[in-house]
Ligand binder design. Structure first.
Ligand SMILES: [Zn+2]
Length: 76
C-alpha cells in the first residue's frame, strides 16, 4: 500500500484540533476494546454518543460500535 503524503493542517484546522484537545480536559474517558483481538481499539470520552465505525489498528478489522449500549452492532 502506498504511504500517504503528510499534509500539514491549515491554521483553521489546527485551531479546531487544539480546541478539541482542550475540550476533553476533565472529561472521563474509556477504552473501547476491539472485539476481535481484545486490544484497545479507540478511546471515547463521556460526551460521545451514537455510533462510530473504526478500524482496529492492531488486527485491521473494521467494527461499528454503538457508544450508548457499548456493543457491536455489525460485523465485517
Ligand atoms: Zn483488533
Amino acid at each position: 500500500m502506498k504511504k500517504r503524503q503528510f499534509v500539514p493542517p491549515t491554521p483553521q484546522m489546527l485551531a479546531k484540533i487544539r480546541k478539541a484537545e482542550l475540550d476533553v480536559v476533565g472529561h472521563n474517558q474509556r477504552n473501547i476494546m476491539c472485539p476481535y483481538c481484545r486490544r484497545r481499539a479507540i478511546i471515547v470520552f463521556d460526551d460521545a454518543s451514537g455510533h462510530i465505525q473504526t478500524r482496529c489498528k492492531h488486527c485491521g478489522k473494521e467494527v461499528i460500535i454503538d457508544l450508548v449500549n457499548m456493543r457491536r452492532t455489525r460485523r465485517f
